[in-house]
Structure formats: C-alpha cells, structure tokens
Write a protein of this length. Sequence first.
Length: 303
Amino acid sequence: MGNLFKKVGEFVLSNPINAAGSVILCIALPEFIPFFWPLYILSNAIIALVVLRHGIKIGIEVLFISNIALAVYGFMQTQSIIYGALYSLPMIAVFIYATALHKTISLPLGLIFGSIFGATCLLIAHIVVPNIDGHWLNFLNEYIQPLFLQLGFDNARLEKVLPIAAEIMTGSYIAAILIWTTITLLVARWWQALLYKPKGFKKEFYDLRLGYASSIIYLLILAASLLTKEPLLKELSLIFGVMFIFQGLALAHNVLSRSIIAKMWLGLMYFFLLISTAIVVVFLVVTALVDNFIDIRNRLKTT
C-alpha cells in the first residue's frame, strides 16, 4: 500500500495537470461506483498535498483546473452549476487549511487556524443569512422529521427537540466539515511524510498538543455556553471542540502504541468511537484538555 501511495504521490506532484486530473477522477469514480467513496477523501488530500509540497501558487492552479472541469461536467449532467459547487466548497476549505499548515509548518497551529476559520464562517453565516435557524428548522421538518416518525419516534417530542437542534445546526454542519477537512489534511500530511520523510508523520501526530492557552480559551467558551444557554456559544464550542478530538486521538495513539497489543487496543477504540460516538468524543476532548495542562505523554514516560 505504501509503495502504491508513493507512486501516485509522485505522479500527482509531477505537474498541475496530473494533480487536477487525479482530483477529478477521484470524485468521478464514486459517482459510478459508490463502493469507491473513500476516494472523495483522497481527492481533497491531493489538493492539500500539492499545497504542502509546492505552495499556494501551484495549489491554486490545481484547484482552479479541478473546479472548472467539475463545473462543466456538472452543468452537462444536470444543467446546473450546483454539482460543481458541492465539491468546490470542501476543496476550498482544505486548500485554506493546507495553506495555514504550509505557512506555519506546525500541525497544532494548523488545527488552531482551522478552528478559527470555522468560527469565522459561522459568524459570517449568521450575519449574511437572515433567520438561518428558521431555514434549518424548515429543512429538519421537511426531511428529518418524517424519517424519525417512520422509526417510531413521538411527534410531540420531535416538535420540541427539532427547534432546539435547528439553533445549533449551522455550527454542527461547520464542525462536521471541519472534521472532514482535518482528516483530509492528516492524510495529506502522512502522504507527504511517506514521500519525503518516512515515519515523520508518526512522531508529529503522536506529539500533537495544542497548549494550555487553547484549553483555557475553550473552557471559557464552554462555560459561557452552559451558563448563558446562548446558541451561538454552543455552536462555537462544537467547532473549537473538533481540534481537541484530534489531539485526544493523537494522545490515544501515543499511549496505546506502547502496548504489545497496540493494534487491538486501537481497534477497540475506533470500534467504540463508531458505536458510542458521543461518549468517546467527550472522553477524547476531556483527555486532550487535561493533557494540555499536565502533559500525560511525558508523565507516562517517567513512570
């Protein structure tokens, strides 16, 4: 697998046309063969890899060529440019994210920048779109409520819950995109290390710590959201919480890798992450916050 990624990486980095063509192929194939959906991640990872290796100028070229081709294809298929736009937004987000990492050469700073970018998008969305919560409520009532009713949920309870959910849907949506783009960025960073610095990503990821300052700021936002019940603060806590999820995962990999049955422990962690997502995510965030103050990794090294 490693050799395959090396060859593909060398191919996409050889020139912008190869990179853009690979992006388009990775997006087009799942349209015809749904089983190939992981290629969506790879398409965005190629954009990030180009930026990380060659910089912003070449990254813009690849982004532009890819978006033009997707817009044309989308218009031919649907007589609408919406198709291309649906794929352009994640690519643009990944491009911005990768640019931050390229400039800072720091994974923690890159994650922090991603969270700030997400929070900025949230504020812009609330300013630009009047009554955005009302739009989300209409969406939930039209598409989500019927699904829950079919599953046997009580309609009266849904009438109470959906307006509450609508208040934080913008933040939840941005947080979901941030998770997607962070995964993509980590794949690109691993890919870059595979090509130019084997095993370099492992150390960088295992040592990921966001610092106590970021923890203090997040705890203040979280406390304010709990005390005031302000939806905007709840949304900000969701967005800024994403970077701590990944620090928690990095810490878990670091600690569990020391066991002789590391693969089994990591497999169990991701299994529970799938079946009990909320509980495991809270645990990862709390662990990351604690780690920023007491440095769990180094404490375990000395015991």
